[in-house]
Ligand binder design. Sequence first.
Ligand SMILES: Cc1cc2nc3c(=O)[nH]c(=O)nc-3n(C[C@H](O)[C@H](O)[C@H](O)COP(=O)(O)OP(=O)(O)OC[C@H]3O[C@@H](n4cnc5c(N)ncnc54)[C@H](O)[C@@H]3O)c2cc1C
Length: 401
Amino acid sequence: MNAFSPTHTEALRRLSAFVPKAGRDYAAKRNYALGPARHAEAVSVLSPYVRHRLITEEDVLTAVLARHSSKAAEKFIQEVFWRTYWKGWLEMRPSVWTQYQSGLWRAWNQIQTQSGQRNTWEAACKGETGIDCFDSWAHELFQTGYLHNHARMWFASIWVFTLRLPWELGADFFMRHLLDGDAASNTLSWRWVAGLQTRGKHYIARASNISKYTEGQFCPAPGVLNTSADPLPGSEHPPRLAPPQSATLDPSLPTAVLLHEDDLNPGFLAKLGMNVVGAAVLPVQTGQSPLYLAESVLTFRNGAVADMAVRWQERFGQFEVSLPAQDIGAWARDRGAHQFVTPYAPVGPVAEALQQIKGIPVRQVLRDYDASAWPHATAGFFKFKAKIPELLGSMNGLKVA
Ligand SMILES: Cc1cc2nc3c(=O)[nH]c(=O)nc-3n(C[C@H](O)[C@H](O)[C@H](O)COP(=O)(O)OP(=O)(O)OC[C@H]3O[C@@H](n4cnc5c(N)ncnc54)[C@H](O)[C@@H]3O)c2cc1C
């Protein structure tokens, strides 16, 4: 696999290379995890770009549906909507994110005092457990910042049920090393593997499944994997809140545009006809873990922010990129701005950082795509999936066959 270059141009290159394979090829091959050199034969490898919206879900769906019917590309379309579903689900139950964060700190404190668990955790994080497949995926993650979906499922399952480590430490390990690390997709997928998301249903990694979908590259010996574990016990889901609304704003007010890593594509803001007096970038967030983000993740995010700031400067003026978050409000007021306008930041570290900006209102604008889809994440994906044709139909410029 080529290294992930953090540019819009690279995102488009990958998208156009993948589009011909997004139909029946994807449906047939998407479960095979054949190692970094072969991922792009079967899956799009677009997630780091979609995660930061160097390209959007709509861009991807539009390109795929220009080439395939919605029936032929059904599997791929559904996977893109998994991302949308997780986002909407967490938006309406934000305490699941805060519970994850407190669980993470609890688990972190626990391994300081329990040396047995600490040793297992260190071995898992270094890829030195002695379980070949697991160790290989840990190394692939360090080296590339990416793992195939099936490898993520097996890895998380082995972490939770064979190594018996707290799931929150595994989710944190992924968040520190994945270029696509995302509060909703990551937290909720780990919960799903552990049996906390679909209550009582967990994902057990089995040697036969690993062997089949790695084409024999790995086949854990009998007894290596714990295949008889019960789902983790957990509490009921919190009550569902109302879905978020886009800010109402007066575009004639002097406005500073604020770009952030959760949505680096401010083209939709340009259509609001704002009176722009300045533009700035929120620094990449680094404080969501007890440990450091991998250097490769920081490099990718900072590179992506820089690339998109240059790309949009013709429209919004030069972006101020070197301000610490606590100085951003004062900077905007000095520019004469009465408000910040920014793409909506979903539940996660950026949303938390936006709340820290003082002295100037921050108006978060929701994309139509998110506003139409998220409210449907009321229950499981099965129910959400039934809305996909309607959601595709409401997307601009799409002809759905
Ligand atoms: C334990 C675990 C942790 C995960 N953590 C993350 C994460 O932090 N960030 C993240 O973006 N995805 C996460 N995923 C989901 C999924 O594994 C990745 O999105 C996918 O592997 C990305 O590869 P791709 O771009 O080649 O996907 P493709 O198969 O080509 O799919 C296209 C796009 O659809 C979306 N997508 C596909 N599968 C899923 C899925 N199961 N859930 C949500 N979105 C999906 C992604 O945006 C992806 O780029 C996780 C899955 C598991 C099991």
